[in-house]
Design a protein. Structure first.
Length: 274
């Protein structure tokens, strides 16, 4: 009986054994999420108290409960505005990624092109692009095309710079080896340049897509009759502070969602990079 008991204890110990560090890692992640949630709730509570005590005028700082009520009351209008803004962001992102990555690969893979066009690209990226928005309106009107063009062009340059820099620092030994083995230009891009340059390219995409969101919303605020930026601008003109704040919150959620989508894409592409 003692032997069988010992054997049973051994089986039980094997059954409940866990990989070292697995429980600690899960606990750490849970605590991190709980800490962030507690910080957000604490901030909202402090904001509500300050607003209810009228420490700051409500036209400057409405209570979070008032902001939420305004959003719920205008839920249909905000859903329609978000659909317009999201479509413009997707189109502008497609333009900036396709053009920026393609030009970045072409410039980064040629030292001569980098020397010629590098300073010009840097200087163009440093320009305050918002001053060119009136031109987009003159060319395409106040509808969606002007927002898409402005935001897409605004984001091309950081994506192109990051891609060109990433491609230019790829170890040339791999490039020479691929050429010696008879790799085509397409194989060179897909098997050598892109996998090695991908981490830095993804960093450029994060910056560029953040600029896309900003460019679309700013364009809608300056001249538009639809979209989230228009909702914010209209609420500002009518001194409707709760709706201004609700629109800002939605804009922050759009930017955060874009960044999260890029994080997922980076993890999905990790196997290609490896």
């Amino acid at each position: 009986m003692l032997a069988s008991s010992a054997g049973g204890a051994g089986v039980a110990s094997k059954t409940v054994s866990l990989p070292r560090g697995a429980g600690v890692g899960a606990l750490t992640r849970t605590l991190r999420v709980d800490a962030r949630l507690a910080a957000c709730l604490g901030l909202l509570l402090a904001w509500e108290i300050v607003a209810r005590l009228h420490v700051v005028e409500s036209i400057l700082l409405p209570a979070p409960s008032d902001v939420m009520r305004a959003g719920v009351a205008n839920a249909g209008a905000y859903l329609s505005a978000l659909s317009v803004t999201a479509a413009e962001i997707l189109l502008a992102a497609a333009i900036s990624i396709s053009v920026g990555v393609s030009l970045g690969i072409l410039v980064g893979s040629s030292r001569l092109a980098m020397r010629i066009f590098g300073p010009l690209i840097d200087a163009t990226f440093a320009l305050p692009w918002v001053v060119f928005y009136p031109l987009a309106v003159v060319w395409f009107g106040i509808g969606s095309p002007s927002k898409v063009l402005f935001a897409g062009a605004h984001a091309i340059f950081p994506i192109m710079l990051a891609t060109a820099a990433a491609v230019s620092i790829v170890d040339q030994r791999y490039v020479l080896l691929a050429r010696a083995l008879g790799a085509s230009r397409r194989q060179m891009y897909l098997k050598i340049l892109m996998p090695f340059a991908l981490p830095q390219i993804m960093g450029g995409l994060r910056v560029g897509l953040g600029l896309v969101v900003i460019g679309v919303i700013v364009g809608e605020m300056l001249s538009s009759f639809a979209g989230l930026g228009y909702m914010i601008s209209h609420a500002r003109e009518t001194l409707d502070a709760p709706n201004v704040y609700f629109g800002i919150v939605l804009g922050l959620l759009l930017a955060s969602g874009t960044n999260y989508a890029m994080s997922l894409a980076e993890r999905r592409l990790g196997h290609w990079r490896a």
